[in-house]
Design a protein around this ligand. Structure first.
Ligand code: FRU
Length: 489
């Protein structure tokens, strides 16, 4: 019975589970960092995911650690995710884990930063070499005319050296930069604080820097803070360029902290779209390279406003999503409660039915084994008593007819009633409560008494009439029966 209820509960869960919207695909997202640019990318992914309820995301962040990122990718592999999206911290170091995932048959989308080799399914990211070219273009635009015979000294604040954007941005810049320009490089590793530290250290030693080019907006802001806090700030203005075009960078341009930035799209939405194509076995573009453009103060303000509007939209979307999810959960809960009720009442019904059936069977057994036999006994008893009555009638009749007959005896009665002596005695005992001899004698005494009282007959005459062997014997019997001696009229 216990198993029966567990079964019913289990079925209820399955029922609730089946009716619930079940995501079909689980996607692992391995992010190298968690800065503003990555958060934008995550937002874009989640927004796009609203159009794909069949997919669910599980995100892990490596916080700039190659080892952690490899371990996280390996855990995605052992969890058998349906697809892996990875933004590798450093190309070479993270490549083995990406290859493992790819070789395990998991489709891999590499986003933003590339890995070396080609064991991945699709790539979506910016054109970092072009970003480098834009940096060179911007730097070159600041070069005084050759007539002045003055040159420029610039400081490049580079991203993490092992990451493809840092390598390609540097390369793009170096390929396009005017050879007269003197290039110094420090490593900010993509972090604002790190950039502040290395730029401050650099500026403390070199005072002849004219421009700063940072590989991202956050490092550009860090550099601007370093300049502001250095001795140079009072002496000259050092224009700074960043990369990304995300909210903090655009704000820094509007605030005059940096001069411009090169856009570097995150396009998390495109990544999810590609994932959907791959999972649905639809055609997809293997290598998508996103455009970049220079943004100065004229473009920064409208872009910032647009960015704010998008953020607001996303927030609203999130609220709606959460509300929908809550409603969905509530609905599931209601459904579960309903099922519990149904199970409860069904159980109650079964228990009641079981009880009724049990009772009925008990009553049937009682009727069969107790009441029916009793009834039969009673019927038998009635029949017997009827027989006895008839027998008694017959016996009385014979006795009555032969009261004065000297032949009336037990044997005579036996012959008349076709019974043996013993049978006659037993049946007479049951039917009239006494043996046949006693009955004959009793009837003769009663009749004799009547005659004595109503006629002029003597004791001698009546004793003779009713076949007593002598008047003395009659008197003895009379006294025994009536308790007094017979008397004549
Ligand atoms: C964000 C970021 C961006 C940069 C990109 C390069 O984590 O550092 O600022 O453009 O990564 O992969």
């Amino acid at each position: 019975m216990k198993n029966f209820y567990i079964g019913i509960l289990f079925l209820s869960f399955i029922f609730v589970g089946c009716t619930a919207r079940q995501p079909q695909y689980r996607i692992g997202v391995s992010q190298c960092l968690d800065d503003a640019w990555r958060q934008k990318m995550n937002y874009e992914m989640e927004r796009e995911l609203l159009l794909h309820p069949e997919m669910t995301l599980s995100r892990r962040i490596a916080y700039g650690s190659n080892e952690l990122q490899c371990a996280q990718i390996d855990s995605f592999i052992s969890e058998r995710v349906d697809l892996l999206i990875v933004s590798p911290n450093e190309a070479e170091q993270v490549k083995p884990a990406v290859t493992r995932a790819y070789r395990a048959g998991i489709p891999v989308i590499v986003a933003d930063r590339r890995v070396t080799g080609d064991e991945w399914t699709a790539f979506i990211g910016g054109d970092n070499y072009k970003v480098g070219s834009l940096m060179a273009q911007w730097v070159n635009s600041h070069l005084p005319s050759p007539a002045t015979r003055r040159t420029l000294a610039i400081l490049e604040v580079a991203g993490l050296p092992g990451s493809t954007p840092a390598t390609l941005r540097h390369q793009g810049m170096m390929d396009g930069i005017n050879p007269r320009i003197e290039v110094h490089s420090v490593m900010g590793s993509w972090y604002r604080e790190e950039a502040y530290a290395v730029v401050s250290e650099f500026l403390a030693k070199h005072h002849n820097i004219d421009l700063i080019v940072a590989h991202n907006d956050l490092m550009a802001i860090g550099a601007s803070e370093a300049v502001k806090d250095s001795e140079l700030s009072t002496k000259k203005n050092i224009p700074i360029m960043g990369v990304d075009g995300i909210k903090p960078g655009l704000q820094a341009i509007v605030d005059g902290k940096i001069e411009c930035t090169a856009t570097y799209s995150s396009r998390g939405d495109m990544v999810i779209e590609a994932a959907a194509h791959i999972l649905h076995k639809e055609p997809f573009v293997r290598d998508t390279v996103l455009e970049t453009a220079l943004v100065d103060v004229t473009a920064a303000y409208p872009m910032l406003k647009q960015d704010e509007a998008i953020t607001r939209d996303l927030e609203t979307l999130h609220i709606v999503q959460t509300q929908t999810e809550n409603k969905w959960k509530q609905q599931q809960l209601d459904r579960f409660i309903l099922i519990l009720f149904v199970v409860f009442f069904f159980t109650l019904f079964l228990i009641t039915l079981g009880y009724i059936l049990f009772k009925q069977r008990k009553i049937q057994t009682e009727i069969k084994h107790e009441i029916l036999p009793q009834l039969e006994n009673m019927q038998e008893a009635i029949q017997l008593s009827r027989k006895d009555e008839a027998f008694a009638e017959r016996l009385k009749q014979i006795v009555e007819e032969h009261l004065t007959d000297p032949n009336l005896s037990v044997e005579y009665l036996g012959t008349m009633l076709q019974l043996s002596r013993t049978q006659l005695f037993r049946r007479a005992k049951t039917a009239i409560g006494k043996g046949p001899l006693d009955y004959i004698r009793e009837r003769r005494l009663i009749r004799a008494d009547e005659l004595l009282r109503t006629t002029d007959m003597t004791i001698q005459q009546v004793s003779l009439e009713f076949c007593f062997s002598s008047p003395g014997y009659f008197t003895k019997c009379y006294k025994e029966y009536f308790g007094h001696l017979p008397s004549v009229r």
